[in-house]
Design a protein around this ligand. Structure first.
Ligand code: 3PG
Length: 209
């Protein structure tokens, strides 16, 4: 399976991709296990904290049953760091020429993000067919994804940004949406309190919605 088919497989693992910010790498495996017990099979750890790469390493090592990806990949160096940390995939919040080029040759599948038709055309020209749609709610929400389906029938999306438990189903019902992403599954205060029962319940609700 090549990297471009592999990203589609990963995005189809679960209807919702938790987008998590981890301050303490020691909690990362327990957080991943709670999400797994709730029924979610992939997790995006954002590269927004000094602990993020260690957290990815810990999840890849201790919870290999969940697919752990690196999010907030802003530069090619971030992509390399994600590979070195053992990430199974990498996601950006936008698109740059350098990243779509590097992502096409990366050892792990890479998901660029789009908010406009022009960014989508850049990604398609580099051979991508799966994209994060960010920030989904502000960039047009479900009507924008319906509009993309006309000129870009081959494109598939993981909308993220501003999605809630109340709106996730509207996105998931669209034929060009593989999954949605969101941070509501791992609120910072719940993670800090190590309330894994609560995380599992949030994940379970998302997985069956
Ligand atoms: C992100 O990359 O921060 C995600 O889009 C999360 O967005 P949310 O906090 O609106 O779910």
């Amino acid at each position: 399976m090549n990297a471009r088919t592999e990203i589609e497989r990963i995005l189809k693992l679960s209807p919702v991709m938790p987008v998590v910010v981890i301050e303490d790498p020691a909690v990362a495996p327990d957080l991943a296990r709670a999400l797994w017990r709730g029924g979610l099979r992939a997790i995006e750890v954002t590269l927004r904290t000094p602990a993020a790469l260690q957290a990815i390493e810990a999840i890849a090592r201790d919870v290999p049953e969940i697919a752990v990806g690196a999010g907030t990949v802003l530069a090619v160096d971030d992509l390399h760091a994600a590979v070195n940390a053992g990430a199974a995939f990498a996601i950006s919040p936008g698109t740059t020429a350098a990243l779509v080029e590097a992502g096409a040759h990366s050892a792990i599948p890479y998901l660029p993000a789009v908010a406009t038709a022009s960014e989508l055309m850049l990604g398609l020209a580099h051979g991508y067919h799966c994209f994060k749609f960010f920030p989904a709610a502000l960039a047009g929400g479900p009507p924008m994804l319906k509009a993309f389906a006309g000129p870009f029938p081959q494109a598939r999306f993981c909308p993220t940004g501003g999605i809630t438990p109340e709106t996730q189903r509207t996105y998931l019902n669209l034929p060009n949406v593989l999954c949605v992403g969101g941070s509501w599954l791992a609120p910072a205060d719940v993670v800090a309190a190590r309330d894994w029962t609560r995380i599992e319940a949030l994940a379970a609700a998302a997985a069956r919605a």
